[in-house]
Design a protein around this ligand. Sequence first.
Ligand SMILES: Nc1ncnc2c1ncn2[C@@H]1O[C@H](COP(=O)(O)OP(=O)(O)OP(=O)(O)O)[C@@H](O)[C@H]1O
Ligand SMILES: [Mg+2]
Length: 459
Amino acid sequence: MKRILPNGSLRAKLVVQLLVVAAVLAVLLYFTVRTTADRAAEATQDAILGAATTSIAEQLRATEDGIEVDLAYATFSMLGAIGQDRLFYRIDIGGETVTGYDDLPLPAVQPASLAAAFYTAPYLDAELRIAVVARSMIVGKGPVPVVVLVGQTRLGQAAIADSLANRAALIGLGFFLLAVPLSLLSAGSLFNPINRLAEAVGRRGPRDLRPVRHPSPRELAPLIGALNGFVARLRGALSQTETFIAEAAHHIRTPLSTVRTEAEIALRQSNDEGTRVRLRSMIRGVEASARSASQLLDHAMVLYRSDQLESVAVDLASVAHSVARAFEPTAELKELVLSVVGEGPLMTTGDPLLVESALRNLVDNAIKYSEAETEVRIVLSRAEGMAVVQVYDQGRGLQGVPVVQLTGRFTRGQNVGDVVGSGLGLTIVTEVAAALGGRFELTQIETGGTCASLFLPAL
Ligand SMILES: Nc1ncnc2c1ncn2[C@@H]1O[C@H](COP(=O)(O)OP(=O)(O)OP(=O)(O)O)[C@@H](O)[C@H]1O
Ligand SMILES: [Mg+2]
């Protein structure tokens, strides 16, 4: 049987698709965690920085000589709680820096209230997150604008965000690794119904042509529908073939035998030698056609039945006896002694019609290619676990023609002389032997004649 080469694998495709989805999800998870963690850390730190700046601004007190700045330690310790970030501050009163770093960058737009505003600016060798608070204070004659800036490096925040991101990357990787066996498992279970359907169809016997009714998922309905359509067409074609073989046999043989009978009557009545020669060749032609038609149909029947092999117990002895009985009249015409040697039953399994057809062809050859008044023996025996039927004759023998050549379709030996035949008999025998798990041998007997042996598995 020719193997169908698979064109890709649905299972592999599905697994790859599931893994791609898992990988995309893992990457999305990583970036979401990373940006959320960044934002959360920044918002928390901004709140602390803003509170500290506002608190410094609130602690400024106006005195008679000016403004008193009191930088409480608690304010800076609150800011120093996270990592080793550096802090810078600047207090401007009336546009002049009174304390802190006077080059700390000012915001683009000055805030107008005590609520802190935030911005990021480069300072020295680092990026600073700066909170700015503005207020005005009454000093001496009138209001004076006061701006308080507090800047902080964000190395601590970056470290926290990095460690969170690493953890997110690990979770993403773990998620992806878990997705590998899970997608393999789910892809496998998805194909279970298809495998079960294939098993159910595969388990069927060769003659089981009922529609497939195996419970399957909705998605398989089109496949099952197509399969059932195919089975129905096959059933129709097979029953047509069976009817054709039976009808053809009848419709071809009957008119041919009528022609033959008429020709024989004409031959008997004719005195003209020319007409008699023509009638004789006509009878031979009709005989050859009848033989060909009957062998062709027999061959078709053998092929058809081998395809859907029936397996019942068959007694080779009783088949041999019935074939011998059927050939009795033919053997008598040639004055041949036709006998069956060996005790039955000799059991094998298979289709009785196939066994009978093979044996019929062997006995037919033995009688056809034998001289008159000789003997044809059908010998039953057992050897090496096989049931053996051998047909011996004392005829002309194979005359050196190799057996492989004789078993081909429509091939006949040079030893046939004027014996009518179509060259299909041994083809049928070898096909039956192969279908039933046996073998066929044809040998020349030294003392003259042929031995045809059919080996079939013994039951
Ligand atoms: N018992 C035999 N003795 C001698 N030759 C044989 C014998 N059996 C078969 N052969 C040779 O093998 C050839 C093939 O046999 P096969 O039965 O296939 O064809 P056939 O007898 O010529 O035609 P048919 O299809 O009508 O049987 C024969 O033509 C003949 O040459
Ligand atoms: Mg033959």
